[in-house]
Design a protein. Structure first.
Length: 464
């Protein structure tokens, strides 16, 4: 493998099991035994590529289960391990493949030592004494999901021939597209860690169904739901400005209708923006940003000073106060909305994936969506102004026009500020010492510096 290729892919070896783990698939390599290996493009969906490569290269129909918490670093390119189940246990194998009990294989001196360690880790994870994991860590889980899917499909007069695409696989998080006909169903489970997405998605499907996928069944114990596939294409594939107009108008209406659900969204554990857009949060930001300035990163040391932080602090406090007194009601928001999460047709738009759902000042959501728009249409365009006007005009029935415009002036800086704090939360306090993390946060600081300066100038009557 070339250095270029290894930099673009990750090596995964797969423990393919059948008969509830009683047997594991091995590859015969001359006089040795090893596990099947695949190369997966870096930073892409592991389960989808793993399933597809086992099907294409090894002629093995599988469903991915979970990655193993073990990786071999015995070579220049580390090898990671994943568990998968064969979907057809009676399938005939190529001549260089064979099923073998793990205990028997581990007695073979010809088994790759790294594979042997992975098999031992797998055996421990399957033992009765192993810590309890999520519902999709146990072998046989896909059969149970399939039974539930078939029951829901039958109630909708949909047919399923067994075809599916699996996109994510962990012990508690799963995303699968089932090719039911005449329309597909999506299965998503998020586990306890991301329970808010389950609660918010279910709430929106029940109370504001016109702007989200139709949910046809739920499983509380899995934090899972089945939803119908939306007609249309994702907005990230749309170069027609009219489709963006439809999407932005739908976003505004969805949020306006959600204002009556603000208490329910809080109960559903949507992120409370009043905690992020607050003086306390600005204090927290100031302390973290000061620490970043001490990091030996060129971007921060050359372009940011404590005086800059003081200016940002002042601008943020002004913006927080402005939006809190604007009269714009709390509404549904999304702290990481991108155009891949919007499915748009000529007269309709549905929004997917509410993992970063929020409740509070709603305008940040449009600013995040505009980041995707700018990648397609450029950083400055009259078309963007039209989109913004479409969105803001919808809010003028709820707040005076001057208040809406003033709040929008503050939005870009607040959007970067909120995103910065969300990144900090995802870091779990581990900022320094992690490659690239401090540098990225310093980049966000520079962006916040620019947006805060623009917001201050605009509020003082200087054209943007």
């Amino acid at each position: 493998m070339t250095n270029t290729a290894s930099a673009m892919t990750d090596r995964w070896r797969v423990i393919v099991v059948r008969a509830k783990g009683a047997e594991v698939l091995f590859v015969k390599r001359n006089t040795s035994l090893g596990l099947p290996e695949v190369q997966i493009p870096r930073k892409q969906r592991i389960a989808w590529h793993l399933n597809e490569q086992l099907r294409q290269v090894w002629q093995l129909p599988v469903v991915s289960t979970t990655p193993l918490p073990y990786a071999s670093n015995q070579s220049e390119t580390p090898v990671r391990y994943h568990v998968a189940e064969i979907l057809d246990p009676a399938l005939g194998l190529r001549s260089n493949l064979l099923w073998m009990q793990p205990s028997v294989a581990l007695q073979e001196s010809t088994v790759d030592p790294a594979d042997a360690t992975a098999l031992e880790a797998f055996a421990l994870s399957e033992s009765p004494a192993a810590p309890k994991q999520g519902p999709f860590a146990s072998l046989g889980w896909f059969h149970e999901v399939s039974l539930w899917l078939r029951s829901a499909a039958a109630a909708l007069a949909l047919e399923w021939d067994g075809a599916f695409e699996q996109f994510n696989a962990t012990d508690s998080f799963s995303l699968i597209r089932f090719a039911t006909k005449p329309r597909a169903l999506w299965f998503k489970a998020v586990g306890n860690r991301f329970a808010s997405e389950f609660h918010v998605s279910r709430l929106l499907a029940r109370r504001i169904p016109g702007y989200v996928p139709r949910v046809v069944a739920t499983r509380e114990d899995w934090r899972a739901w089945l939803s119908e596939e939306c007609l249309g294409s994702t907005l990230d594939a749309a170069s027609d400005i009219r489709l963006w107009q439809i999407a932005v108008a739908a976003l505004a209406q969805l949020q306006i209708e959600s204002t009556r659900l603000a208490p329910d969204l809080r109960k559903a554990q949507a992120h409370p923006l009043n905690r992020i857009l607050s003086g306390v949060a600005v204090d927290r930001f100031r302390a973290i940003a000061s620490d970043l300035l001490s990091v030996d990163a060129k971007s921060s040391r050359q372009a940011m000073t404590e005086n800059d932080l003081a200016d940002i602090d002042c601008a943020l406090r002004h913006c927080v106060a402005a939006v809190s007194t604007s009269g714009i009601p709390d509404a549904l928001g999304h702290l990481d909305l991108n155009s891949g999460n919007a499915v748009v047709a000529k007269d309709h738009c549905a929004y997917l994936d509410w993992a970063e759902a929020s409740v509070g000042f709603p305008f940040l959501t449009l600013e995040y969506l505009l980041q995707s728009f700018r990648r397609t249409f450029g950083g400055v365009s009259l078309q963007e102004r039209d989109l913004v006007e479409t969105y803001l005009s919808a809010w003028e029935d709820l707040a005076p026009r001057h208040a809406v415009q003033d709040a929008w002036t503050c939005t870009p800086a607040l959007a970067v500020f909120a995103y910065f704090l969300r990144c900090i939360d995802r870091c779990d306090g581990e900022i320094l010492g992690v490659p690239g993390r401090a540098e990225y946060l310093s980049f966000l600081l520079l962006k916040l510096k620019r947006e805060a300066a623009i917001s201050k100038a605009t509020s003082e009557g200087i054209p943007r």
